[in-house]
Design a protein around this ligand. Structure first.
Ligand code: 87F
Length: 557
């Protein structure tokens, strides 16, 4: 439903937009086209109905509660265990990661979120450059002919493709699609650029945004209509080289999740039903959200085989002058990573950021009492930040004089800063500081003489503890089982199920059909590379046929 507020806002945006165009028009030569597209999104199931902002306000009970919170900026009104969905929405907003926007499924990513993205980006970008991958940028817009060239691939996804149909008041002669992924954008040029074996391997990556007009329940970071990602697209002379790269990239994705975000993941291969259409095989890292009992695909690394090479005629001549087709891969991780991190580590006080990805690893807060040497305390705070910054620790002091220390504690806890240092009169007298861990609340007095070593040690411990606790919780949800009855019970208990499977597509379809309901159907998540022993004669949990492998199953995002 379009509300008045919504219309007003849209009208105002358009007015401002037209105003700028007029101003621009006066200085530009007449007839020159300025940047004046008004996007008219034609999508599969009709125009989106309700603005996200309003949705949020209505959902959260609106009114008084919200206003009070706006004033103080403190506290959450939902707990993680009692109402996970509302808790999550509140944490990402109050933790200053996102702001809701007036287009459903689109979110403003604030600096606090982007800084996490940039830290992961710096790591991943350096790693792929070591692998000789080069960055590039292809256009956002796709012509319909090119988009539909690879029919198999686009068929199932077509309803999610957003189209530009108008410029100003005139209909475009040919509508233009907005990239949902870039295979069809890039591969015509791979065909042009690859001639002989010397042009191989071709390894390109782009950091960009993509648009997928999703219809199911949008969730910040987890399922949004526009998101940021990197997409890597590589071409090789041999399948062996492609196979090797698939796993190298998957290892980098594991590293992002486990070493940076402190989230345990499982590396494995997707079932045939879950394999990227048009690809040969798909590998992924899979995470799990204990509170909802849902699996979540963390990142994918596909071997595309020669399917796209066939469609786009990406051929090369080898050393002997023989013609061959290239072997291709594609791989991506997105801002979804940030959502998984919030869901896994966040608590009833707000965000909990792993030190390795936190823009701010440590906040120093002065705690002056009435008659204390306030200046001395402030100086000690500034000196502490200087010492830590020099040692490469991301630290700041919160010296604002219009907030109490208690308010600041809650504020930085909400934002998830891993370590807080308090400096009061007693600390000043003893040449010490008090450190408080965000992950477990533990308090330690540290002599300023050993400040850097101690803080570094604590940040490492926090990083490790977050991973250990997350792994413990995930592992406690894993249910290894062998029969359909056990499967249904475990699913009802929000478990992550590991079951022996016959690996037949029809059986997976059947599992989906038999588990359909309000909560969504169960599906295979991945077949882990690390396989437990499968005793002779083990039967498939769903079909009773001989089992071929252990596979993870569950509901998923
Ligand atoms: C939505 C609309 C149109 C997913 C879509 O995983 C096309 C698609 O191709 C689509 N949603 N996909 C699959 C994307 C596959 C692949 N692309 C490059 C990746 C890694 C990076």
């Amino acid at each position: 439903m379009v509300t008045h507020l919504n219309l007003d806002l849209n009208a105002r945006v358009l007015q401002v937009f037209l105003f700028f165009n007029k101003v621009k028009g006066s200085s530009d030569s007449p007839g020159k086209i300025t940047f004046s597209f008004v996007f008219d999104l034609k999508v599969g199931k009709g125009v989106d109905d309700m603005a996200g902002v309003e949705q949020r306000q209505n959902k959260s009970g609106g009114g008084k509660k919200k206003e009070v919170k706006k004033e103080t900026g403190l506290g959450l009104s939902f707990t993680k265990d009692e109402n996970f969905g509302e808790w999550y929405s509140e944490v990402v907003v109050n933790g200053e990661m996102i702001e809701y926007y007036d287009i459903s499924g689109c979110y403003i990513l604030r600096p606090w979120a982007i800084s996490i993205w940039e830290i992961m980006q710096t790591f991943f970008d350096a790693e792929i450059k070591k692998m000789k991958v080069k960055n590039c940028y292809f256009p956002l817009f796709v012509s319909p002919g090119v988009l539909q060239k690879e029919k198999d691939h686009i068929e199932g996804f077509a309803p999610e493709v957003a189209w530009v149909t108008k410029s100003g008041e005139s209909e475009l002669e040919v509508p233009i699609a907005i990239r949902p992924t870039s295979e069809t954008v890039m591969y015509p040029y791979y065909s042009k650029w690859i001639r002989g074996h010397r042009d191989l391997p071709l390894k390109l990556n782009q950091w960009c945004n993509v648009v997928r007009w999703e219809f199911s329940n949008p969730t910040p970071f987890i399922r949004s209509r526009e998101f940021l990602w990197q997409e890597g697209h590589t071409a090789f002379a041999t399948k062996e080289e492609a196979d090797t790269e698939v796993l190298q990239i998957l290892e980098l994705y594991r590293c992002i999740y486990e070493e940076f975000l402190a989230i345990p993941v499982t590396k494995g291969r997707k079932s045939e039903l879950e394999t990227f259409a048009g690809g040969l095989y798909t590998t992924s890292v899979e995470a799990f959200i204990p509170n909802t009992g849902r699996g979540i695909q963390g990142a994918t690394s596909h071997c595309l085989g020669q399917n796209f090479a066939k469609m786009f005629e990406i051929n090369f001549e080898n050393e002997k002058g023989e013609k061959g087709m290239v072997w291709q891969n594609s791989w991506a991780y997105s801002t979804r990573t940030i959502g998984v991190m919030v869901m896994v580590h966040g608590d009833d006080k707000g965000l909990v950021l792993p030190p390795k990805v936190a823009a701010l690893q440590l906040i120093v807060i002065p705690v002056p009492y009435k008659d204390a040497d306030t200046q001395g305390i402030f100086d000690a705070c500034v000196a502490t930040v200087a010492t830590l910054s020099d040692a490469g620790i991301r630290a700041e002091a919160d010296l604002r004089d219009n907030y109490s220390p208690g308010w600041k504690y809650s504020n930085w806890e909400m934002k998830g800063v891993p370590l807080r240092i308090e400096i009061g009169p007693r600390d000043l007298a003893n040449n010490q500081v008090r450190a408080v861990r965000r992950d477990n609340g533990a308090k330690t007095d540290i002599s300023r003489v050993f400040l850097v070593e101690q803080v570094k040690g604590m940040l490492d411990k926090i990083q490790q503890n977050l991973f250990d606790v997350a792994k413990q919780k995930r592992d406690a949800c894993v249910e290894v089982l062998k029969t359909w009855e056990e499967f249904v019970t475990a699913l009802g208990q929000k478990k992550l199920i590991l079951a022996p499977w016959c690996d037949e597509e029809d059986v997976e379809k059947d599992v989906k059909a038999r588990t359909k309901g309000d909560m969504g159907a169960a599906k295979s998540l991945c077949t882990p590379f690390e396989q437990p022993e499968l005793p002779e004669g083990t039967k498939c949990f769903a079909s009773g046929k001989p089992a071929k492998k252990w596979t993870y199953w569950g509901r998923s995002y």
